[in-house]
Structure formats: C-alpha cells, structure tokens
Write a protein that binds this ligand. Structure first.
Ligand code: URA
Length: 238
C-alpha cells in the first residue's frame, strides 16, 4: 500500500501538492469512488486509478536505454560532475533509476538505467555472462597476435586473467586501428586495460550492444528512451 498522492505524483501528474489539489477538486477516482483525500493508502497494483476520467497505469519499474555522451559519469549523484541521471527528465527521475553497470566518463554508447535491483544484478553479475560489444579506435596496429591473446584471456596489470574475448579487426595500419571487442565481464576500465596489456591504447570507446540489445541509432548522444517489451524480453533471455 502507498499513499495515493505519492503514486500519482510519481507517475508524472505533478507535485504532491498539485495532486492534493486535483483530489480536492474531485478529479481522482479509485475503484469507482471519488477520493477527495489524497493521503489515503491504496494498492497501486490492484486498484484502478482514474484522473479526470482517464485510467492511469501504475508501474513499479522503468527500463531506459541511453546513448551516453562523453563527459558525464555513470552514477546517480556526484559533487562535481554531471551524471547520467541528471540527463533524465523529471518524469523518469522520480522512479529513482540508476545505471546498470558503468561506462567510463569518456566512453560513449549504450547504457541501461533502471530502478529494478534484481534485473540490475542479473545484468552485471559475472555469473550470467552477458555479452557486451564495444567499437574502439586504437592508437597502433592491431594484429592476429592480439586476437590470439584476447582469445586466450589477457592478463591485466593486477594479474587478473580475463575470460575469453573476441577481437574483430575492422581496419588496421601503423597509424591506428578500428576494432570491435566482445567481452562478458565488466571489470574497471576493462577494454582499455586489455589493450594496455598488449602495449596499445584505446583512444575512443563506444558500447554498441549489451546482452543482445543493440543501441538505437536514432538516439543522439545524451538522448534516451524507454525499452520496448520486446527489448526487455531479449535482455531477460540472458
Ligand atoms: N571498458 C573500458 O575500459 N571502459 C568502459 O567504459 C567500458 C569498458
């Protein structure tokens, strides 16, 4: 059970004060009864709530896909930097979403945000082996030896041996390379550290896919949208 004003406000129908005013005017109906007192507790999953005659649909969880821009951090709050949550509309911020895993400040691309803790856990737990695909620009030539090293499991600077990873070379020359990397883990700075272990530097990094979900190319950097039912089903298959 939750307070009616909280439920209605969280669904984007104004502040609690505004919702109180709507109720006073007799515009809020719960299970066929006009409720003038919005402090009353109701069960949002069972009751039919109407505002001005229109049914509103309660949801507990939200799932968002963002094309993260460079320069913002994957966190909910930060004392100095802008965060991915700061980029959301207030209608979505009221659900208290958080990023599913992290992308570095300078990394762009597909980032999910949700307020569903179980979903988050399934997506980021190393047990579930969710594929993440990154497009990267590298400062040097990338070759077959690097591909073999990625396949065998690169050993990072702290001695950690990565799981097998796929390294596709899109183009490669002495001036630099373009590659696509598929990993199933999400260690701190993982892709950058994998290349560092091979004596190379990542100069641009974009996540293109996460758990079978492809970044919507209609989303400009900094834009986001809700996931469709089909997309959520793809993720839940992981
Ligand atoms: N690997 C990195 O090095 N950085 C990211 O942001 C994601 C993967």
């Amino acid at each position: 059970m939750q307070r009616l004003d909280k439920i209605v406000s969280n669904l984007g129908y104004g502040s609690r004060k505004e919702v109180k005013a709507l109720a006073k005017k007799g515009l809020i109906e719960v299970d066929g009864k006009i409720l003038k007192d919005s402090s009353i507790n109701v069960d949002p999953e069972k009751s039919i709530i109407k505002i001005n005659g229109e049914e509103i649909f309660y949801r507990k969880y939200i799932y968002l896909m963002m094309n993260k821009p460079a320069g913002v951090i994957s966190a909910t709050h930060d004392s100095k930097d802008e965060t991915v949550v700061d980029l959301l509309e207030i209608d979505h911020q009221v659900f208290n979403p958080f990023p599913v895993g992290r992308l570095d400040k300078d990394t762009v691309g597909l980032l999910l945000l949700t307020n569903d803790g179980d979903f988050n856990h399934r997506m980021i737990s190393p047990k579930w082996h969710v594929d993440k695909i990154y497009y990267a620009k590298i400062d040097k030539e990338v070759n077959e030896k690097d591909q073999e090293a990625f396949k065998k499991g690169v050993v990072l600077d702290d001695g950690y041996k990565c799981l097998e990873a796929d390294l596709e070379i899109i183009s490669s020359s002495l001036e630099g390379s373009e590659v696509r990397v598929t990993i199933q883990e999400g260690k701190y700075h993982q892709v950058k550290r994998m290349f560092e272990a091979c004596g190379k530097k990542v100069i641009y990094l974009k996540r293109e896919e996460f758990g079978g979900l492809i970044l919507d190319d209609e989303l400009e950097e900094g834009e986001y949208r809700e996931l469709s039912e089909e997309e959520l089903a793809i993720l839940n298959e992981n």
